[in-house]
Design a protein around this ligand. Structure first.
Ligand code: ASP
Length: 453
């Protein structure tokens, strides 16, 4: 059995839905289909999820949003019209949305989550109706009935372990299961969504629960590329990579696959195949537990911006018991998460996503570190980009760091910091955002485009 997930751009028009149908019926193993909400039809378009968020917010403010409701229902109606589906499917979607919008507003986060999730929920109903219209046996399955339970953190749900056994029971279901992505239910029966792009997570959870042989993730590119194609034109496609490599790359800006989505598939050792709905014959990229290292030390280079660093220096820091713990406690008190902590004997740098902090938080933290830890220096730097050079084979290769830093220095990129994770799957370079692209190109040139003699 295969679990197949389709992203928003694969479901944005009637023509796309027909491609999805053809892909699913071409392989009888494709028994469970996870869908996103309709995505962008063209570059300037808006995703239904974003329309739903705007609609929920407007309702909270003014108790109505007739234009947005019309636009949202219109998106489904256009698809249904294109596919010749009867009006009653759209009437149901319309009344479901109005019903949700009139719902309980005491907890705005949960209210927004319920509206947001309706994008995938109603799309699953629409897709199931279309499959039936085309003569296939297909059933919409609600995550509630299937027992997909999650924690209560709106917009950041985590799956609860009992869900996997519950979902296993779906194996008894006849025909094709059409399952909405992006959300589950908490113990109180409320809808809670995963983080954005979280339908990938649902697919992975379902693959684990159903003990699928493969999790296929259909998107709109032929493969995962070794570097962002908007930075380097026509980059090399990656045929195979490990879960760890994929996790590092998707964490640092590879948007093809949600970085949290690998864990459930990884735990059950289910291979993930990334494929293109618009070109299903293309080989795609396979994510597996282990691979033969045939590509050289580096499999991909990712980069992401929007980080800041807190540099703390104190003479004899290395001798002071509890210094690190106390810094982290200060961050915890403000609810901040950190990404990396490169350190030396008398200094430590903490790298965080800068959108978590405003000026007030920043100043409070800097003051507390300086006063409570008696630090000699505390400096906060903004607009840092992190570049991850990723590859399992770096572990066995001598000189990869030297090659990377030489490539950067030849390109006149100033390295703000380096961190080689203890796993040796990745190497991280911090550079100024203004030099991000230059740095990525130099590294790509070194590891992928250079002919070694
Ligand atoms: N539709 C949701 C989003 O835009 C979830 C998804 O597409 O995976 O974030």
């Amino acid at each position: 059995m295969k679990v197949v997930k389709f992203g928003g751009s694969s479901l944005a028009t009637g023509a796309q839905l027909e491609k999805v149908f053809q892909i699913v019926i071409s392989d009888p193993e494709r028994r469970a289909v996870v869908v996103s909400a309709p995505g962008k039809r063209h570059a300037q378009d808006t995703k239904v999820t974003d329309l739903l968020i705007a609609c929920a917010k407007q309702y909270l403010l003014s108790g109505e949003a007739p234009e947005l409701v019309k636009t949202i229902v219109g998106r489904y109606a256009d698809i249904a019209l294109e596919l010749g589906l009867p009006d009653d499917v759209i009437d149901l979607i319309h009344s479901d949305l109005l019903h949700l919008l009139e719902g309980e507003k005491q907890h705005p986060d949960r209210y927004i989550d319920a509206i947001k999730a309706s994008g995938e929920d109603n799309n699953a109903k629409l897709v199931a109706a279309y499959f039936r219209h085309r003569g296939a046996e297909a059933h919409y399955v609600s995550p509630k009935d299937a027992g997909l339970f999650v924690t209560s953190e709106p917009g950041n749900a985590q799956v609860l372990p009992e869900s996997y056994d519950n979902l296993f029971r779906l194996r008894q279901q006849e025909g094709i299961i059409v399952f909405p992505g992006f959300f589950g239910f908490n113990q109180e029966g409320e809808v809670i969504t995963f983080s954005r792009s979280g339908s990938d997570i649902t697919g992975s959870i379902l693959a684990n629960g159903l003990k699928a042989e493969q999790y296929e993730n259909f998107t709109d590119v032929d493969a995962v590329y070794s570097v962002n194609p908007s930075i380097v034109s026509d980059p090399k496609e990656i045929r195979e990579l490990t879960y760890r490599e994929m996790r590092e790359l998707s964490y640092a800006g590879f948007s093809v696959f949600h970085d949290e989505a690998l864990i459930p598939a990884f735990r059950a050792r289910i291979p993930v195949q990334i494929k293109n709905t618009n070109n299903p014959a293309a080989e795609g990229t396979r994510v597996v537990a282990e691979r033969d290292n045939t590509n050289g030390p580096v499999v991909g280079i990712a980069s992401d911006s929007g980080f800041c660093s807190i540099y703390i220096s104190k003479y004899l820091m290395n001798r002071e018991i509890g210094f690190g713990r106390r810094i982290l406690q200060i961050l915890e008190d403000d609810g901040l998460t950190y990404e990396h902590i490169p350190s030396g004997i008398d200094d430590i740098t903490i790298i965080l996503r800068q959108d978590q902090m405003d000026e007030v938080i920043e100043q409070r933290i800097a003051k507390r570190i300086k006063e409570e830890l008696d630090a000699d220096e505390v400096t906060i730097e903004h607009n840092i980009a992190l570049i991850m050079v990723v590859g399992e084979a770096m572990r066995h290769n001598v000189g990869t760091t030297a090659r990377a830093s030489k490539a950067l220095s030849d390109a006149h990129v100033n390295i703000e910091m380096i961190n080689q994770g203890s796993s040796e799957v990745s190497m991280m370079f911090g550079v100024k955002e203004a030099q991000e692209k230059q740095a990525v190109r130099a590294l790509y040139q070194e590891f992928f485009a250079k002919v070694l003699v």
